[in-house]
Unconditional design. Structure first.
Length: 923
RNA sequence: GCCCGGAUGGUGGAAUGGUAGACACGAAGGACUUAAAAUCCUUUGGCUAUUGCAGCUGUGCGGGUUCAAGUCCCGCUCCGGGUACCA
């Protein structure tokens, strides 16, 4: 009987389905383990061979944990809302739901072929009303909350109203967009409309005027993590800055907790570091600079309070609210021209140019320490969104200020002993401070660090500033001017103020529209819906939520996917708690993985969930890149020359479909059939073969390097695909897909099969295993257990190969050995394992077997090989009976006949004996 | 610019400070076969010797610590990823 993967895989996939093998229920008698994959966006292109990499890794771990007796939750679903489906809908008129569901069906079909142990009864699609009800529900809770800075958590907004009624805005312990000032009496006299407007400044989900990344081509705003280098991540269209009234989530309030709690989770250092940078903690000082002849002060933020004596000018962001107050009559025209110019530059243009530009406001500020007058400029190198949108410029010690000062001929005053600022600024935070003392403050002679500390104390005491922590992390912009997303559960009341729907009105269903485009008046697509009003007849919000809304709490819903009364019941959440192992790509480091943590923390604040962090351990699988192949056409001919001969010709490389190339050798007949124009192509061969060139590129249709997992499954089987993807290299490493080694893994499975079957006959017998076979097996148990725990699957596969070769060589047919071997293999290659398991006479699924435990006794050797080295250089080996003492080993090594030769008659100075390893003799 | 990774044969990659190159691919040679495929066996870092055992050298470069360094420390080079007028 030959190893027939098609037969085997079909049969056992059917068996698992019929027996509900992977169905999971809460079971308080067993310890739980929650393994999760980042759910995919079902794109039209289907899965390529890179997608399953992480899924296979998590599947192995899930199966392993289950065999160890854990109750494993391992679900899968789809991140179904997204731009591509909508773009496709705009082009074709096809409803995004239709294409999304088709894509999901395709994904499911592909996933099923690989033999994953997902509990599909828990499947989630983010576009289903029963799911997005809870996305909307969470939003309404955020709307009804503010962030209490004293308790460092979200609290009901009603508490804030009570506070205002009693105290006004004085020392309000709430995270607000702006600092508002009013008394209790004023608050109590405000109309409801005015009160609402004030509360909006504090809500966790709030409407605010914010600078947004506006993508005109996509017709929507984008979050910071959806933009890279001035273009949209999806589609690569230019993005510009625009002030818009948008829904936002007060993620920035959680910056401190998001930062600190990174220390409590097991993520890779690199991804934690990426998040730390994105959150961008910086401790500094906020300082007030009086403005000459005006009754107000400029507030700035700096981390270099020590450089106050070197401030020779100040700069405002073009969008800063100070601009209007500081521009003098004679400068008005120049400033307006500049602001206009800046506004029309996109982020991308600003970045590419990097040219110094700016204008003088006409006003002067007063340095609060030196009392000197300093000019105030406007320039686009200062960002409105960070700090206070205004800076004190210290050209001697900041390269950007330096460039600006040089350009406008402003003073540069060095403040560090011995630094040279004639060519460039001295940015390092080190050295001894000079030029920095007067009757108010003396910093000369101090180190930079000391000077910063002293200045902070001074400005606090003098009442000209305070110590302040700033975060780079911005609030998340939560509105999208799109159709294919969750509708906001929001209507606008008679004052045109937003109100959230009651829980019993959720979910608010996504309405039908005639076209998926903005309305003629420029409203988002929902403006086209008929009768888009709440029960009370008031108009509903026209924006929809962004992609990350649905993916922020999906891991909670898997725990209790059918619950109609809660996102997840408290009891169920108490059992499953949080994700123990999360597997996915690094590309979500600053998006989904921040938003999810934020969302979870918000729910945690109200006790809706019991864990403060959603994902305990995170493994990032690397990307699988494409490996493209090229043929080389001699210019102006239809003749193709083989790779190593191309240097003699003038050739054009042409991408060729990797599916008609094998081990870089072109299948000439298939090539001719591939494209009509190659029908009568001619070839210059080497050694009778046409060898192709290759390059590592992104896997994409246009490079003809997409490898479909279905094709691999068809030819080699799912088990080979699974083993091979793991064998390719460390899971976290990116690597090109290269089919050149898949035969080796396939051969291994055939060899394994050959151990069980000779011809039609099953040869495994109930007989006692030899010591030799037991040793081989237990070596494997130890290695594979260790490797799985450390996600080192590639070395596990190697270990299987070695073990099978050893068993083959010793002609082992003992069932005792193969029972355990099959269980060990089950996580990696479940189909063949299940087949062999049943062949061994077991009635139940191998998924319910017990993971074997290594018995160290079998591994003990009768004798141990010591490498004898001289001055660190290994020379020969000796065998020593196991358990020999260090001293005895030393004696035996020195007494060995070969030792005399290497010691050259000298007496050893020192002998080091490393147990079971090495004897090093120093001469 | 800053932050984080990485560099080991023709290739993918192994190696708790302890005999570098496991395992696999590819290649070469051989067996079986009329032949091919499949399968099996041998060799396979480099250099020298291979009519002998063997010897030397070797983990991007330059130093250091150590009895012993691919591994630890210092200084570079190159490659990959993230991020950026963040004051």
């Amino acid at each position: 009987m030959e190893y027939n993967h098609k037969d085997i895989e079909k049969r056992w996939q059917q068996y698992w389905k019929e027996n509900n093998t992977y169905k999971t229920e809460v079971d308080k008698n067993r310890p739980k383990y929650y393994v999760l994959d980042m759910f995919p966006y079902p794109s039209g292109a289907g899965l390529h061979v890179g997608h399953p990499l992480g899924y296979i890794a998590s599947d192995i771990f899930s199966r392993y944990k289950r065999l160890q007796g854990f109750n494993v939750l391992h679900p899968m679903g789809y991140d179904a809302y997204g731009l591509p489906a909508e773009q496709y809908a705009i082009q074709t008129g096809q409803h995004p739901e239709v294409t999304t569901m088709q894509n999901i069906a395709r994904y499911r079909e592909q996933l099923d072929k690989i033999g994953f142990c997902y509990d599909w009864s828990r499947e989630i699609k983010t576009c289903e009303p029963s799911y997005y009800k809870w996305t909307q529900w969470a939003f309404t809770r955020m709307f009804k909350s503010y962030f209490n800075t004293k308790l460092n958590k979200a609290c009901p907004i009603s508490e804030l109203e009570e506070y205002f009624a009693a105290n006004g805005s004085k020392e309000v312990p709430a995270h607000g967009t702006e600092e508002l000032v009013f008394t209790a009496d004023e608050w109590n006299a405000y109309s409801q409309k005015e009160k609402n407007e004030i509360l909006m400044n504090y809500r966790i989900a709030y409407l605010g005027n914010t600078m947004v990344n506006w993508c005109p081509k996509l017709g929507t705003v984008l979050a910071n993590d959806e933009v890279s280098e001035g273009v949209s991540l999806r589609g690569g269209y230019p993005v510009e800055q625009k002030l818009m009234y948008q829904w936002c989530l007060r993620v920035s309030a959680y910056a401190g907790r998001l930062l600190n709690d990174l220390d409590t989770i097991e993520w890779s250092d690199s991804i934690k570091e990426t998040q730390r940078n994105w959150i961008g903690y910086s401790e500094g000082a906020e300082m007030l600079f009086p403005v000459e002849g005006k009754d107000f002060q400029l507030k700035i933020f700096t981390t270099r309070a020590d450089t106050i004596f070197g401030v020779t000018f100040m700069v405002l962001a073009p969008e800063s609210e100070y601009v209007n107050q500081l521009v003098t009559a004679e400068q008005k025209e120049t400033v307006e021209a500049y602001l206009d110019e800046v506004k029309h530059k996109t982020e991308r243009e600003r970045m590419i140019e990097k040219k110094v530009s700016g204008v003088f406001t006409g006003s002067y500020a007063i340095n609060p320490i030196t009392g000197k007058n300093i000019p105030v400029y406007i320039s686009d190198y200062v960002l409105a969104g960070y700090g206070t949108g205004a800076i004190m410029a210290v050209p001697a010690h900041d390269s950007r200020d330096y460039a600006f000062a040089k350009h406008f001929g402003l003073d540069i005053v060095p403040l560090i002993e011995g630094c040279d600022v004639s060519e460039e600024s001295f940015d390092a935070k080190e050295g001894i401070v000079t030029n920095s003392s007067n009757e108010r403050l003396q910093l000369n002679g101090l180190t930079v660090k000391e000077a910063i500390a002293k200045t902070k104390i001074y400005i606090k005491e003098a009442g000209i500033g305070k110590v302040k922590v700033n975060y780079r992390l911005r609030d998340a912009i939560f509105s999208r001017q799109r159709y294919w997303g969750e509708p906001f559960p929001v209507y606008y009341d008679e004052n045109n103020q937003p109100q959230v729907l009651n829980d019993d009105e959720l979910p608010l269903l996504l309405p039908e529209v005639d076209k998926f485009l903005p309305t003629e008046t420029g409203e988002p697509p929902l403006g086209r819906a008929n009768n888009w009003v709440a029960k009370n007849g008031r108009p509903l919000e026209l924006n929809t939520m962004p992609g990350f809304a649905g993916s922020s709490a999906y891991y909670l819903r898997y725990m209790d996917p059918k619950n109609e009364n809660a996102l997840v019941s408290l009891e169920t959440n108490e059992y499953w708690r949080s994700v123990d192992l999360y597997v996915g790509g690094t590309e979500h480091a600053t998006g989904h993985l921040i938003y999810s943590r934020f969302w979870n923390k918000f729910l945690y604040d109200y006790g809706f969930v019991c864990e403060p962090e959603p994902f305990k351990k995170l493994i990032n699988q690397g990307m699988i890149q494409g490996r493209s192949n090229f043929v080389y056409r001699i210019k102006d001919t239809n003749t193709f020359v083989s790779y190593n001969l191309k240097k003699d010709y003038d050739v054009t490389p042409i991408h060729v479909d990797v599916n008609i190339v094998s081990n870089d050798v072109l299948d000439i007949e298939k090539f001719k059939a591939w494209r009509p124009e190659f029908n009568n192509a001619e070839f210059i061969l080497e050694d009778g073969k046409y060898v192709c060139g290759y390059a590592v590129e992104k896997m994409s249709k246009s490079m003809f390097n997409v490898v479909n997992p279905d094709d691999i499954v068809e030819v080699y089987g799912a088990d080979t695909l699974r083993l091979y993807e793991m064998f390719l290299g460390p899971i976290e490493q990116s690597k090109p897909w290269d089919t050149n080694g898949i035969d080796g893994v396939n051969r291994f499975l055939k060899r394994l099969w050959g151990l069980f079957f000779k011809g039609e006959e099953m040869v495994i017998k109930e007989e006692k295993a030899s010591q030799e076979a037991l040793k081989s097996l237990h070596k494997l148990i130890k290695k594979v257990t260790f490797d799985i725990e450390h996600f080192s699957y590639n070395t596990s596969v190697s270990a299987f190969m070695i073990c099978v070769n050893e068993l083959n060589a010793m002609k082992c047919v003992s069932k005792e050995i193969y029972d355990d071997l099959v269980v060990l293999l089950a996580p990696f290659a479940p189909h063949i394992a299940e087949e062999l398991w049943h062949s061994l006479g077991h009635e139940t699924s191998v998924c319910d077997a017990k993971w074997p435990v290594c018995n160290e006794e079998y591994l003990v050797e009768a004798s141990v090989n010591y490498a004898i080295s001289f001055n660190g250089k290994a020379r020969f080996n000796i065998a020593v009976p196991n358990g020999t003492s260090k001293e005895e080993v030393e004696k035996m090594a020195l007494a060995h006949e070969s030792s005399a030769k290497w010691m050259e008659g000298k007496t050893p100075k020192k002998v080091i004996v490393v147990p079971n390893k090495i004897v090093n003799i120093v001469i």
